[in-house]
Design a protein around this ligand. Structure first.
Ligand code: FUC
Length: 822
C-alpha cells in the first residue's frame, strides 16, 4: 500500500545538529547534561529542531504536553511538587444507542420542498424545526454528557506528589519538553543540588504509558501516587504497588454503559513502596518506573472488543512490566519513527533564530514581528505527531480534541462533526505519508451505513444511506436538533470523499473493492434525494444549508435553509464521479454508473455572482454575515478540485475574490481552511500570512488573547476553545504549499512563499502513488525526486513548465529546476 520513505538524516548529522544547537551560550545546563548523557548512551535523536519546550510547569491544559498512542493519551503538566497527569482513552464515551430518527419525518418532506420552491424559506425552516430534526434532545446542543448522545470524557488524573529533600529549596534549571523525533516528554529540574528527570512516553506496541523518574543522587526519589477522575470511579490499591481505578459511564437514560479500568504499577530500584488509603507511597528510591494501562468496554465499530476492562488492563500491565525500560523505550521509538520519519521538512536552516526562548515565547516573539521559520517547521511536524498519536488502525478516529480532554463535558461533546471538522483532521493523512492512519475514519464511515440507511428511509423515503452533521460512537446519523445547522445532508458525501481520495493516493484496488459499496450506497441516497429546481431545470438537494451560514431574503428576513447550496453540489459532483470511476475500475454496475453520469450532468453548476464571487447558494442572496467562518462554497477548490488555478481560471479568480471579501479571520479550523485554499490558488505569500495568523498566541500569561483562531502555549490549535482540527488542517495546508496533485498533474512548489526561500522536504505523497522530495534555494526548485509505485506516466509541473515522464514501478526520477532529468 503505502510506500515508506525513511528520513535519511544520519546519526552523524544528528550529532552535528545537536552540537551546533547546544554550543549556543543560552542553552541551560541541565539540558546540556541531559543531552550529553543521551549522547553517551547512544540515544542520540534529540535534534533541537524537533523539541517543543517550556521553562515552567503547565498551569493550564493547553499549556501541558500531549502524548498518545492512538488509544491512550496523556497530558503532562510537570509541576515540581504536585504533578497531575491527565489520562485519556479513546473509548471513554458516555451515552448509548438512541432512537433519534423521527419515524414519520418523510411526511413533512413534500411540504418543506413545496415551500422552498415557492421561495418561502423561512416557513420551510419552521417546518423542519417542527418535523424534520432529530427525535429527542440529539446532541443536547453540544452538552450531551448526561444525554444518550454522550460525550467523550477524561479517563482520569494521575497525581504525583513529590517529596523532595529540602522541600523549601529553590528550583533551578526547570525544563519541560516534548521531543517530536521520539515522542518522548521530559521534565527536568534541580533542587538542593539534586538533578531530577522524569521521562514519559506512550507505547503503541506495548499498549502502556511509561514514566520513569530518576535523580542523580541515590535514594532521592520519594513520591505519593494517586488516581482519580471527577466522577463515577472507585480506586483501590492492589497489593503494595498497584492502583486500580474502575467505573462505568452513564448511558444517558438513568443507567450505566461503558465500563473502564485504569491501572498503575510502580516499580522502584531501591527504597520502599507501600499502599496507604488507596495511594501508593514510594520512599527513598534511586529510580521509579510507573506503568499505566487502561481499557474501555466500548462495543462499537472500532476499538478492541473488551468485555472486562480491568482484566485487559491487567494483562497489558503484566506484559509491559515483563520488559525493561530500555526495551519499552526502544519498541516505542521504533514504532513511532516508522511513521514520523517518512517525511522531513527543513525551512531555512531549520533551527530557531532565538534558541534561548521557550516555544510559547517564540510564539509571542513571532506575533511581535520576529521571523521564525523553525517554529513553522516545528508546527508542521507537530501536526504529524498529533495524527500518529491520536489515530491508529483499529481504533476510533481522532475527535474534536484528538484524544486529549480533561473534562466530563467536553466542548461540543468532542464528537465527530461532519460538516468540516472530522474530515479536516485527516487532511494531512495521505499527503504526509500517513495513509494507514486514515483507517479509523474509514471504519467510522463503514459503521454509519446501517443507521444511515434507516435515516435515509425515514426522512427522505430514499434508498442508500446518509449522515448529517454530527456523529458519535453510537451511530448517530439523524439531522441535528436545529434546522439552522442540523439539516445539512451531505456529511456522508464528504466522508466518502476520503474513501476515494485514499484510493487516488494509493491505487489500492482491494481497498476500493471494500469501499465501493459504501460509496455506491451514498450515491444512491443522493440520487433519490435530488429534486429539479424549476428555473434552470437543475437537480439540487432540498432541504439544504451552506454549513451553518445564513442569508437575507429579499424582504430582509434571515434564513438558513435553501435548495442546492453550492457545497452540496460540488460534493455530489465529486461523489458521483468517484462512484462512476470506481465502478469502471472494478468492472461492475455499468447501468447504474451510466445513470449516475446523466444525473451528474444535471447538477447545479458552481457559478459566479454578479460581483465576481463564487455563489454560495443557488440564488444570489445577500449574506447575513459576510465574514462567516465557513467557506463551504470553496469546497470545490480544496479539498475538492473542480476549481483550480490552471484548469478553471475564471472560477479560481472568483474564489480568490470570495476569500478576499470573506477575510482572513475566523476560528482555528477556518484559518486552516483558508490557508489551504490560498495554497491551491498558488498564493504562497497569503498562505504564509494565514499560517502566521494561525500561530498567533491564543493565551499569554494565562490570559486568553484571541477571540478567533490562534495557538495555545502547547501548540494546540484554538477555535477557541481547543479544537484539534486547526492543527491538522494547517498541517495539510502547509503540505499543499509544497506539493499538489490533481488535474492529472503533480505540481512542485506551487505556493512557495517568498519568506521560505530555501528549504527541503522529503517523503510527501502525490495522487497516483508517488513519493516526492524537493529541494529549493533562492525561491527556485533545485532538485526534485519523484518515485512511482506503479508503471505510470506523470505530468510534472513547476510554475508554467509542464513535462511528462514515464515511470517504471519503483523507479525514482530526479529532475532539476528546468524539469530536466538529472
Ligand atoms: C462546526 C463549526 C463550529 C465548531 C463545531 C465543533 O459546527 O461550525 O465552529 O467547530 O463544528
Amino acid at each position: 500500500m503505502t510506500d515508506t520513505t525513511r528520513s535519511t538524516k544520519s546519526h552523524e548529522e544528528g550529532h552535528e545538529i545537536l552540537l551546533r544547537g547546544i554550543s549556543c551560550q543560552f542553552v541551560d545546563r541541565v539540558f546540556l547534561i541531559l543531552v550529553l548523557v543521551l549522547l553517551g548512551r547512544g540515544l542520540v535523536l534529540a535534534q533541537v529542531e524537533h523539541i517543543i519546550w517550556f521553562d515552567k510547569p503547565a498551569n493550564h491544559f493547553t499549556a501541558s504536553t500531549p502524548l498518545g498512542n492512538g488509544r491512550l493519551g496523556a497530558m503532562i503538566f510537570g509541576d515540581v511538587d504536585q504533578d497531575r497527569i491527565v489520562l485519556n482513552e479513546s473509548g471513554m464515551w458516555s451515552g448509548s444507542r438512541q432512537e433519534s430518527d423521527r419515524p414519520e419525518a418523510y411526511l413533512a418532506l413534500p411540504d418543506i420542498r413545496r415551500l422552498l420552491l415557492e421561495g418561502k424559506n423561512v416557513e420551510a425552516e419552521k417546518l423542519i424545526n417542527a418535523n424534520f430534526t432529530c427525535a429527542g434532545p440529539g446532541s443536547a446542543r453540544g452538552s450531551g454528557a448526561r444525554a444518550q448522545y454522550g460525550a467523550y470524557q477524561v479517563l482520569g488524573n494521575l497525581h504525583l506528589k513529590f517529596l523532595h529533600e529540602a522541600s523549601d529549596a529553590i528550583v533551578r534549571n526547570y525544563r519541560r519538553e516534548l521531543d517530536l523525533s521520539e515522542a518522548v516528554a521530559r521534565v527536568s529540574y534541580e533542587k538542593a543540588g539534586v538533578q531530577y528527570l522524569r521521562e514519559a512516553f506512550i507505547s503503541a506496541p506495548d499498549q502502556a504509558m511509561v514514566l520513569r523518574l530518576t535523580a542523580n543522587k541515590k535514594g532521592a526519589a520519594s513520591l505519593d501516587v494517586g488516581l482519580d477522575r471527577p466522577e463515577r470511579f472507585t480506586t483501590v490499591a492492589v497489593g503494595t504497588n498497584e492502583l486500580l481505578m474502575t467505573g462505568r459511564l452513564e448511558n444517558g437514560h438513568g443507567g450505566d454503559n461503558v465500563g473502564y479500568a485504569a491501572r498503575v504499577k510502580v516499580i522502584s530500584r531501591g527504597g520502599t513502596i507501600a499502599s496507604e488509603n488507596n495511594n501508593l507511597r514510594v520512599r527513598g528510591a534511586d529510580e521509579v518506573l510507573l506503568l499505566i494501562t487502561a481499557a474501555t468496554e466500548i462495543h462499537t465499530f472500532a476499538g478492541r472488543k473488551v468485555n472486562d476492562a480491568a482484566k485487559v488492563a491487567a494483562d497489558d500491565l503484566a506484559l509491559a512490566s515483563s520488559k525493561t525500560f530500555a526495551t519499552l523505550r526502544r519498541n516505542h521509538v521504533a514504532d513511532y519513527q516508522s511513521y514520523f520519519n517518512r517525511v522531513s521538512l527543513r525551512i531555512g536552516s531549520g533551527r530557531s533564530p532565538v534558541p534561548a526562548l521557550s516555544t510559547p515565547q517564540r510564539l509571542v516573539a513571532m506575533s511581535e514581528g520576529k521571523s521564525d521559520q523553525g517554529l513553522m517547521q516545528l508546527y508542521f511536524d507537530f501536526g504529524r505527531y498529533l495524527l500518529i498519536s491520536s489515530s491508529r488502525p483499529g481504533g476510533l478516529p481522532a475527535n474534536l480534541q484528538g484524544i486529549w480532554a480533561e473534562e466530563i463535558q467536553t466542548p461540543w461533546n468532542a464528537d465527530w462533526h461532519l460538516n468540516v471538522n472530522v474530515q479536516m483532521n485527516y487532511w494531512p493523512a495521505e499527503v504526509c505519508n500517513l495513509s494507514e492512519l486514515h483507517q479509523p475514519l474509514f471504519a467510522l464511515i463503514e459503521s454509519l451505513q446501517e443507521p444511515g440507511t434507516r435515516t435515509a428511509r425515514k426522512y427522505y423515503g430514499a434508498r442508500g444511506w446518509v449522515a448529517h452533521v454530527i456523529t458519535n460512537p453510537w451511530g448517530f446519523t439523524s439531522p441535528g436538533e436545529a434546522a439552522s445547522w442540523g439539516a445539512t445532508a451531505t456529511g456522508a458525501a464528504w466522508l466518502c470523499q476520503h474513501l476515494w481520495d485514499h484510493y487516488l493516493f494509493t491505487g489500492d484496488r482491494n481497498f476500493l473493492r471494500w469501499a465501493y459499496p459504501i460509496i455506491k450506497g451514498s450515491a444512491q441516497f443522493y440520487r433519490d434525494m435530488l429534486i429539479k429546481e424549476p428555473r434552470h431545470g437543475w437537480l439540487v438537494t432540498a432541504p439544504s444549508n451552506s454549513p451553518e451560514n445564513s442569508f437575507l431574503l429579499p424582504d430582509g428576513t434571515r434564513a438558513h435553509i435553501s435548495m442546492g447550496a453550492t457545497m452540496d453540489m460540488q460534493l455530489l459532483r465529486y461523489l458521483f464521479s468517484a462512484c462512476i470511476e470506481a465502478a469502471k475500475i472494478l468492472g461492475s454496475d455499468a447501468v447504474f454508473a451510466r445513470e449516475l453520469g446523466e444525473i451528474r450532468n444535471q447538477l447545479a453548476p458552481t457559478s459566479i455572482s454578479s460581483d465576481g464571487r463564487i455563489k454560495e447558494w443557488l440564488d444570489e442572496y445577500k449574506e447575513a454575515e459576510p465574514e462567516h467562518r465557513h467557506v463551504s462554497h470553496l469546497w470545490g477548490l480544496y479539498p475538492g478540485f473542480e476549481i483550480s488555478a490552471h484548469g478553471t481560471p475564471d472560477l479560481a479568480a472568483a474564489a480568490r475574490k470570495t476569500l478576499d471579501i470573506r477575510g482572513d479571520g475566523g476560528t482555528g479550523w477556518s484559518i486552516a481552511h483558508k490557508l489551504a485554499l490560498r495554497a491551491r490558488l498558488g498564493d504562497g505569500d497569503r498562505a504564509y500570512y494565514l499560517l502566521r495568523a494561525q500561530l498567533k498566541p491564543a493565551m499569554v500569561n494565562d490570559r486568553i488573547t484571541t477571540t478567533g483562531g490562534g495557538t495555545y502555549p502547547n501548540f494546540f490549535g484554538a477555535h477557541p476553545p481547543f479544537q484539534i482540527d486547526g492543527n491538522f488542517g494547517a498541517t495539510g495546508g502547509i503540505a499543499e504549499m509544497f506539493l499538489q496533485s490533481y488535474d492529472g498533474e503533480i505540481a512542485l512548489l506551487p505556493a512557495l512563499p517568498k519568506a521560505w526561500s530555501e528549504g527541503e522536504v522529503r517523503g510527501l505523497r502525490a495522487r497516483g502513488g508517488y513519493t516526492v522530495g524537493l529541494r529549493w534555494q533562492t525561491g527556485r526548485l533545485v532538485e526534485a525526486n519523484v518515485r512511482s509505485s506503479n508503471n505510470s506516466t506523470a505530468k510534472i509541473r513547476f510554475g508554467t513548465m509542464v513535462r511528462s515522464f514515464n515511470f517504471k514501478r519503483g523507479e525514482t526520477i530526479r529532475v532539476n529546476g528546468e524539469l530536466h532529468r538529472l
